[in-house]
Design a protein around this ligand. Structure first.
Ligand code: SAM
Ligand code: SF4
Length: 368
């Protein structure tokens, strides 16, 4: 998706109804066949030489917000509860992944904090040998109450989505209230997580006026703020070129007021963001250009597990491998590991976001 490439979006009128979404475009079978042909060379090295050691686990496809860019209006495609992996199933897969060399894990969703056993899951993961880092991605609405218990359970880092500070605009974008989110962010800082980051999706015509207030808010709390390009990972009306805004444009706008000094800081994580320090404010800002950065996928180190137990080697490809079916057949650990390896072997070189990609599940059902 670029401002010059309108072909990346299916015209709104052609979109399948939300009820049609899940099965419509998935290529699970075809992907499974491709996956079965190859083996990852060294357990967790993919065919393009990338070390994949990061598993992002969606523990629910439910959410208490309705972000314009994540969940199609009127979405009803929720998985049934028995379809969700249980805490025990998630922990079993984490054990297998850690055995293959995965070291970083993230709890995400949907909104992970709406799941009642999130602290139990985090605690169980932290006790698994090989699990070095557990992160959490959240909308922050329930963080005020849960920051302390999650930190005590072993979660080390937290990313909070924050697209606007203005209450009315926040409500317009997410359907929720910003007050509890701000309280959640402060609670996370107080709880002593190793890192708390804020994430803002760039939305042309919606939140440009919020960038400086967000930068100042982040700087006051000493938190990195990352600006993220809108990706075509949902079917919402907002995913149009009219709303797309590149990180280059955002950098130019911020840089026109204050010099951006590059910060090659490994302590910020080995993620996809490029970081800068704003010279006067002192704010640390990151930019994630998933669409405009042509080298974005070359250092990809992650795969995703959906709440219903499908392993997704790439956010911007339809391929999935069904781990839940294997889990519920009481598959041996060695065979689960082999399934994971075949999925890794089929991790594609890059996403299809610039090639008319139409997701088979919206972002809320894949996991961020
Ligand atoms: N509910 C949690 C949250 O909002 O942070 C975790 C799940 S959410 C799917 C994870 C991340 O994906 C959030 O930072 C959200 O802003 C981002 N996201 C969702 N849809 C997106 C889109 N279409 N383009 C870019 N980022 C998106
Ligand atoms: Fe929910 Fe997060 Fe998606 Fe917003 S971005 S709808 S908070 S899952």
């Amino acid at each position: 998706m670029t401002p010059h490439d309108s072909s990346t979006h299916a015209p709104a009128g052609n979109s399948p109804s939300p009820a049609e979404l899940p099965a419509a475009l998935c290529e699970v079978a075809a992907f499974g066949q491709r996956a079965a042909c190859g083996r990852a060379p060294a357990g967790y090295r993919d065919p393009y030489g990338r070390t994949v050691d990061y598993l992002r686990i969606s523990i629910t496809d439910r959410c208490n917000e309705r972000c314009l860019y994540c969940m199609p209006e009127g979405y009803r495609g929720w998985a049934q509860r028995p379809d969700h992996l249980t805490a025990a199933e998630i922990l079993r897969l984490v054990r297998v992944a850690a055995g293959l060399g995965f070291r970083k894990f993230r709890l995400t969703g949907g909104e992970p904090l709406v799941r009642a056993d999130v602290v139990v899951i985090a605690r169980g993961m932290a006790a698994i040998p090989g699990v070095e880092a557990i992160g959490l991605s959240t909308n922050g609405t329930r963080l005020a109450a849960l920051a302390g218990p999650l930190r005590a359970a072993g979660v080390r880092t937290v990313n909070v989505s924050l697209d606007a500070l203005d209450p009315a605009l926040y409500r317009r974008i997410t359907g929720g209230e910003v007050g509890p989110v701000l309280a959640g962010i402060r609670a996370a800082v107080a709880a002593g997580f190793e890192r708390v980051k804020l994430n803002t999706v760039l939305l042309r015509g919606l939140n440009e006026g919020e960038w400086w207030p967000l930068v100042r808010f982040a700087a006051e709390l000493g938190l990195p703020l990352r600006f993220i390009e809108l990706m075509p990972v949902s079917r919402a009306d907002v995913l149009t070129d009219a709303h797309f805004l590149s990180v280059t444009e955002a950098m130019a706008a911020l840089g026109a007021r204050e010099r951006l000094v590059p910060v090659p800081d490994p302590r910020l994580g080995h993620g996809p963001a490029k970081y800068y320090r704003l010279e006067r404010t002192g704010a640390l800002v990151g930019f994630i250009g998933a669409i405009t950065n042509r080298h974005f996928c070359e250092t990809c180190n992650r795969v995703r597990l959906t709440a219903d137990g499908k392993l997704r080697p790439c956010l911007g490809n339809h391929g999935e491998v069904d781990l839940r079916a294997a889990l519920r057949r009481h598959t041996r650990e060695a065979d689960l590991a082999e399934l994971l390896r075949t999925a890794l072997a089929a991790k594609p070189a890059g996403h299809l976001f610039r090639e008319n990609y139409t997701p088979c599940r919206p972002m809320v059902a894949v996991g961020g």
